[in-house]
Design a protein around this ligand. Structure first.
Ligand code: OAA
Ligand code: MG
Length: 483
């Protein structure tokens, strides 16, 4: 693992060649689950910085710090503050592994030039006591700054980014805690080209998987009933995008569509009697219902056809939960999205065993095929890695200046279309990652088409064939032929 990842710094072209040619095998190393472990151990395996750290100490000087980065023409920034790394919690500035890993995928899967990618970690401290007491911790040894101090630093950062790189640089927010993620997205969504991967990327990939799964489980999207465990960024982001797509199909107001979607958080089912004590992003999901305190009870009374885990807490889809889903549905659709593997709501093996081979299952981190009663079951990887590289490429190649929800729907639609009959026969609701460059080109083209349609694209005139254009923009790790 170290040897391969070390290649990124020693011989970048070889690293990308290996990664692209062996993507299914190497993705779990550069990305979830191994990247999670790398973040946990970042302090002791640290050799040299792979990205840019901006700490509270740099307040007032962020523009200068950005100018220190050796590359000038940046197209994509992935930034974290390390407060909610995957389902592993606050890892402080050791979270740098995430922007580095995500951007490696931008280049390998989406073809954005490595030199145009900038990983950034904003260090405002950490509340992780273990790290604060760890002699190898590489960040500020203080509790997290909050409130005005935090928001002032982020504002200076966002302003410096625009000043230094202009309006067309994409800023992808990654693994911020709920209490900041929604606010940052809302605040900068109108002034910058920003995208929150955990809210929007996850939403787009899950919608694609659900739409594709309809071929296997039957019915139309608005006919299904959804139950989420987890009402944070991923849960509410996915729920909202599904409701938006339902409303486009039925022409009913979004408030109506939301009623088909239920969320459970740590205090039980989100219902109207809880509305006053709910965080603002949960309020739209507080439907009329009597209180229900556990997931299993919720599965029994709501009778969802689709169960989605997005709470970051592992082993929460118990045998009882999967059995209740199977009792209510001929083919239950079960998505265990939390990462890394240790936080998965259940394993693929458990999903197939406990549903007696009836479930269609996908998960955020990969699982190998499972043999159950002589048959092999394949599960897809419902991970935003399918979306963000192509989505970002679509924004960059069209010179988009803002992200719009319809672009997320466009990305979903393009991904769902890439699932083949052969994939469906295996029970897969996502195409294999081995085709990801082609998939990303199609996603990019559909996203760019939407940017042009909405008048948000600045790369004019619009290229005729957007798929061909996307392909022509993609970085390939080839050596030039000098003759
Ligand atoms: O990084 C991943 O594998 C997916 C993701 O965004 C998360 O879990 O926060
Ligand atoms: Mg994330």
């Amino acid at each position: 693992m170290m040897l391969f990842c070390g290649q990124q710094e020693r011989n970048e072209r070889l690293f990308y060649k290996l990664l692209i040619d062996n993507v299914e095998e190497l993705l779990p190393i550069v990305y979830t689950p191994v990247v999670g472990e790398a973040c946990q151990k970042y302090g002791s395996i640290f050799k040299r910085p792979q990205g840019l750290y901006i700490s509270l100490k740099e307040k007032g000087k962020i523009l200068e710090v950005l100018k220190n980065w050796p590359e000038r023409s940046i197209q994509v920034i992935v930034v974290t503050d390390g407060e909610r790394i995957l389902g592993l919690g606050d890892l402080g500035c050791q979270g740098m592994g995430i922007p580095v890993g995500k951007l490696a995928l931008y280049s390998a899967l989406g073809g954005v030039r490595p030199s145009a990618c900038l990983p950034i970690t904003i260090d405002v401290g950490t509340n992780n006591e273990k790290l604060l007491n760890d002699e190898f911790y590489i960040g500020l040894r203080q509790k997290r700054a909050t409130g005005k101090e935090y928001y002032d630093l982020l504002h200076e950062f966002m302003s410096a980014v625009k000043q230094n790189y202009g309006e067309k640089v994409l800023v992808q927010f990654e693994d911020f805690a709920n209490h900041n993620a929604f606010e940052l997205l809302a605040k900068y969504g109108t002034t910058h080209l920003v995208f929150n991967d955990d809210i929007q990327g996850t939403a787009s990939v899950v919608l694609a998987g659900v739409v594709a799964a309809l071929k296997l489980i039957g019915g139309t999207l608005p006919e299904h009933t959804f139950l989420f465990l987890g009402a944070g960024e991923a849960g509410t982001g996915i729920a909202e995008l599904i409701a938006l797509e339902m409303s486009k199909q039925t022409k009913a107001p979004i408030e109506e569509s939301r009623k088909k979607i239920w969320l459970v958080d740590s205090k039980g089912l989100i219902v109207s009697s809880r509305v006053n004590s709910l965080q603002h992003f949960k309020k739209p999901w507080a439907h009329e219902h009597e209180p229900v305190s556990t997931l299993i009870e919720a599965v029994k009374v709501i009778k969802p056809t689709v169960l989605i885990g997005s709470s970051g807490v592992g082993k929460t889809f118990t045998k009882e939960v999967v059995e209740a889903m199977t009792a209510n549905n001929k083919i239950p659709l079960i998505l265990a999205l939390s990462n890394p593997t240790s936080q998965s709501e259940c394993t693929a093996e458990e999903a197939y065993q406990w549903s007696e081979g009836r479930a269609i299952f996908a998960s955020g981190s990969p699982f190998d095929p499972v043999e159950y009663k002589g048959k092999v079951y394949y599960s897809g990887q419902a991970n935003n890695a399918y979306i963000f590289p192509g989505f970002g490429l679509g924004l960059v190649m069209s010179g988009a200046i803002r992200v719009h929800d319809d672009m997320l729907l466009a990305a979903s639609e393009a991904l769902a279309k890439q699932v083949t009959e052969e994939n469906y026969k295996k029970g897969l609701t996502y195409p294999p990652f081995s085709d990801i460059r082609k998939i990303s080109a199609n996603i990019a083209a559909n996203v760019a088409a939407k940017a042009y349609e909405l008048g948000l694209a600045t790369h004019l005139p619009r290229p005729q064939d957007l798929v061909k254009y996307a392909e022509s923009c993609m970085y390939s790790p080839l050596y030039r032929n000098y003759r």
